[in-house]
Design a protein around this ligand. Structure first.
Ligand SMILES: [Zn+2]
Length: 395
């Protein structure tokens, strides 16, 4: 069992210990110490990193027998070693973890919602609340209360006691474990069992900022950031909003209204563009039919054409238009996106779907459809002519 120095002193950044064992494991080494200030991944809080002598500690894990394994990039000799915790990372974890305790306590205080799990992620953290419903208003109230307790700068302390002793002190969560337990208290606000590292006073959390609430299967998930992360998030949000305002040439408060207006305009433009494209397709279909009939008055009329810039939507309008005529087989493609459509008038004997699939599979594309209308695409637009020729040869 490794002596966990962080249990008693979360602010310990450097320590001296003895290397008890060091074993190679793949590219890494597993190092056991008699005592450590390195926090192993557990209880929702990620591991510390840092240095042990000359070695970099890249991961720290807890074994079932209570030993803490330090994964290093190089071997350590048995004997004395000096450990240094990456403090920026650890302090960030402490801000998030203490913030989580406060937020969880606020949800209990205000709405009797228990936290069933906690996850401290690389970007943001989450708690899952056992609650049938959670409104944005409730989340805001919990955020407000949490920040109030942060601003009051209350002492955060570690306590040890048996299950009974903790229960008598009003611990938030019942624990199953026997023996001496560790709990973290926030003066006059919260006491919960926890093995994690915490700041010494709530003021060090700085600020808690809720990001998102979403329904999970049984619970409600609340995403939040604390301290330095809250500052970064607010700074980034402001930059994003500023960029949007600049693009829309309006003030920041007008962004939502301007966006709504722009989206509505875009929808209208899309509608009128569709109408124009359909009209253009009808006109071009007439031209193509006239040219084809003039060139070779055979039945069915075959139209083969590769466009340079037409988009898939236009190609569909055109194919639909041509197939609406009698006795027409159309083999259309566009270099823009390598899009292909085979279509024919109802009642003609060819199987456009089979033709398209065959021609495309030979050229490495994919697609499908019905007997009279099939569409697909080809990653290599340079092979469109070849695909159309293959299909024509099959007829
Ligand atoms: Zn905790």
């Amino acid at each position: 069992m490794t002596d966990r120095l962080y249990y008693h002193d979360s602010l310990l950044r450097e320590f001296d210990a003895r290397v008890m064992a060091c074993e190679a494991s793949g590219e890494r080494f597993h190092v056991l110490l008699d005592r450590t200030a390195f926090y192993p991944t557990s209880g929702g809080q990620p591991n510390d990193t840092g240095r042990l002598g000359e070695a970099a500690v890249v991961d720290v894990a807890e074994q079932a027998d209570g030993a803490i394994v330090h994964m290093t990039d190089r071997a350590l000799e048995p004997g004395a070693a000096h450990g240094v915790i990456d403090w920026e990372r650890r302090f960030d974890h402490m801000q998030q973890h203490t913030g989580q305790h406060l937020l969880s306590a606020a949800f209990i205080d205000l709405f009797k919602m228990q936290t069933v799990s906690f996850h401290l992620g690389g970007e943001s953290s989450t708690i899952d609340l056992a609650a049938a419903a959670l409104s944005a208003k409730q989340a805001e109230a919990a955020e407000r209360l949490t920040n109030q307790v942060i601003f009051e700068d209350r002492p955060v302390e570690v306590r040890f006691g048996t299950r009974e002793e903790l229960a008598a002190s009003g611990v938030r969560k019942e624990v199953e474990r026997e023996g001496v337990l560790r709990a973290v208290s926030v003066e006059g606000f919260d006491l919960q069992p926890c093995g994690g590292t915490h700041v010494a006073r709530t003021g060090e959390v700085g600020l808690v900022l809720l990001r998102k609430i979403e329904k999970q299967k049984q619970n409600w998930r609340v995403e939040f950031v604390c301290g330095g992360r809250a500052l970064r998030a607010a700074r980034e949000d402001y930059a994003t909003l500023g960029e949007a305002a600049k693009l829309l040439s309006c003030g920041q408060p007008e962004v939502p209204a301007m966006l709504g207006k722009t989206i509505e305009e875009r929808k209208q433009m899309h509608r009128s563009r569709q109408i124009v494209l359909e009209q253009l397709a009808a006109y071009e279909a007439g031209e193509l039919l006239r040219d084809a009939t003039r060139a070779a008055p055979v039945s069915p009329i075959r139209i083969t054409r590769v466009f340079t810039e037409a988009d898939a939507g236009y190609l569909r309008f055109l194919a639909t238009r041509l197939a609406a005529e009698r006795n027409v087989q159309a083999f259309l493609a566009t270099r823009a996106g390598g899009y292909i459509i085979f279509a024919q008038s109802p009642g003609l004997p060819a199987d456009m779907n089979a033709l398209l699939r065959e021609a495309l599979s030979a050229a490495g594309g994919k697609g499908g459809g019905t007997r009279d209308f099939a569409q697909g695409s080809l990653p290599d637009a340079a092979r469109l002519e070849e695909v159309l020729a293959t299909a024509a040869a099959r007829l």
